[in-house]
Design a protein around this ligand. Structure first.
Ligand code: DGL
Length: 253
């Protein structure tokens, strides 16, 4: 069973791609809504939450882990493999697959993400390793506004204000390096016009198939665990899986 985690709804964009690529995988999804947003937390806090999330998924039977949260990528240190008895080929995160999909590209990229992701420099360092300098834009309140169901007007305002300091001619594409952002692609398009938007979930979905198939073939069952109940989360899951057949468990405090 594949265990996926995020601070809340963002990882649903990754779940969607994984089901697209590997419909027969059994999936256990953990959304840590009680501790959302992750993107404004310190490295130490994110490290502790990452360990808790992976331990929970393992305890409930996950044999492979997908971190569907860019903000914790810097916490996924090699030392975790020993501490959590996790084989290196059983963990997939966002940064590696995303960066490697730009290996042969000359596009000038602007990376939009949470302050934690930009501050960790994990993407900038990884892009540098393939000879690319990328522009960055940290958007402090966006993931939280999306998670907790702010109005479209409010979410659009946050995006518009964040991009006000960016010159359109300075980049060719925007990488949505927070898994919450593709939930509002239409609002990015409204603000940015025809600029191409890149969703890293595509590369992660392909990586999951390449790395975990046929090891994680199952019945296509999907279960959710959330650390705090949330109607916006329930609505998004219902829209993503209109055929039903899933369960949502709310962890007791
Ligand atoms: N969706 C996560 C990410 O990709 C976390 C966003 C947040 O909780 O701030 O970074």
């Amino acid at each position: 069973m594949i265990g996926i985690f995020d601070s809340g709804s963002g990882g649903l964009t990754v779940l969607r791609e994984i089901r697209e690529q590997m419909p027969s995988a059994d999936i256990l999804y953990f959304g840590d809504i009680k501790n959302a947003p992750y993107g404004s937390k310190s490295n130490a806090e994110l490290g502790a939450l990452t360990v808790q999330a992976i331990e929970l998924l393992q305890k409930r039977g996950a044999t492979s882990i997908v971190s569907a949260c860019n903000s914790v990528s810097a916490s996924l240190a090699v030392s975790l493999f020993d501490a959590l008895s996790l084989a290196p080929d059983s963990l997939i995160e966002m940064v590696g697959p995303t960066v490697s999909s730009f290996k042969d590209s000359s596009a000038r990229l602007l990376l939009a993400a949470t302050p934690a992701t930009i501050g960790s420099e994990i993407y900038q360092n990884a892009f540098r390793m393939i000879g690319k300098d990328v522009g960055t834009l940290a958007i402090p309140d966006l993931a939280s506004a999306i998670e907790f169901g702010s109005s479209e007007e409010e979410v659009e305002r946050i995006i518009r204000e964040a991009f006000a300091c960016v010159r359109a001619g300075d980049f060719d594409a925007v990488v949505l390096a927070c898994t919450h952002y593709p939930l509002v692609t239409h609002l990015f398009e409204r603000v940015l016009g025809p600029v191409p938007l890149y969703d890293p979930a595509l590369a992660v979905g392909e990586r999951v198939k390449r790395q975990l198939w046929p090891r994680e073939v199952g019945e296509g069952a999907v279960r959710f665990i959330i650390s705090r109940d949330s109607q916006p989360f329930r609505d998004r899951v219902a829209a993503l899986l209109p055929e039903g057949g899933f369960s949502i468990e709310v962890l007791s405090a």
